[in-house]
Design a protein around this ligand. Structure first.
Ligand SMILES: CC(C)(COP(=O)(O)OP(=O)(O)OC[C@H]1O[C@@H](n2cnc3c(N)ncnc32)[C@H](O)[C@@H]1OP(=O)(O)O)[C@@H](O)C(=O)NCCC(=O)NCCS
Length: 193
């Protein structure tokens, strides 16, 4: 497959179960017929502020039971900046006009080698839609994007046992030795002063 850098934000590919390509559609870049659902996958871009807001408001439904909570939506300026950022690769899975899953990746520039890799920052499927292949379809879509954009490696920090099973089932492997995830909350430090 030929690599195409600077591909348009919204790809107009239609993929059926048998992998035959059908005519393009305006805002949908992936459609997969499954026995239960007809799924379309779309990359977010400018104009999708309302979808971002919905994802923030309904965060608990896309996260582990008991872990998520409604998030503060970005204000209009931050929302626009986020959606315009070419390093933000954020897809939503839509069934019958309802957002039922999303996958957020960040394109990381590297100082050597291939020059870029993908961080799979977040994936969530609506609680009532799990085990229908939505997560797998989102990752398959990401892989097509990676091929087209010459990105060879994707990595993720899986933070729960179901996620580990899911990523394994989708071809990810755990590196050895495992790195230690560390963070520092500068804002929290300031409040202590
Ligand atoms: C992880 C998550 C995105 C998976 O989405 P999904 O749409 O349910 O996954 P799929 O139906 O595509 O599953 C693909 C494969 O992953 C594995 N898998 C998925 N859920 C699993 C579970 N609960 N237990 C064991 N294996 C599981 C299976 O091998 C499955 O294939 P199968 O259904 O044919 O057996 C979803 O469970 C989720 O949103 N969890 C909450 C948020 C989260 O934890 N995100 C990851 C943070 S790192």
């Amino acid at each position: 497959m030929t690599c195409t850098r600077d591909a348009p934000a919204i790809r107009e590919i239609i993929m059926k179960k048998n992998n035959t390509h059908a005519p393009e559609q305006p805002t949908t870049d992936f459609i997969e017929d499954r026995s239960a659902v007809t799924l379309s996958i779309k990359r977010l871009g400018p104009g999708d502020e309302s979808i971002l807001e919905l994802l923030a408001n309904e965060d608990s439904d896309f996260d582990l039971k008991g872990r998520g909570a409604p998030l503060d939506p970005l204000n209009p300026t931050k929302s626009r900046r986020y959606l315009e950022n070419p390093a933000v690769i954020h897809w939503v899975a839509v069934e019958d006009s309802v957002v039922i899953g999303h996958l957020l990746c960040i394109l990381l520039p590297l100082r050597a080698g291939e020059g870029q890799e993908l961080l799979l920052y977040e994936i969530g499927v609506g609680s009532s839609w799990r085990r229908h292949g939505i997560g797998r379809a989102l990752l398959a879509h990401m892989e097509i994007w990676m091929q087209k954009n010459c990105v060879g490696l994707v990595w993720v920090l899986a933070d729960n046992p179901v996620a580990v099973e899911f990523y394994r089932a989708c071809g990810f492997t755990a590196e050895k030795p495992q790195p230690v995830y560390m963070s520092r909350d500068i804002a929290a430090d300031k409040t202590k002063i």
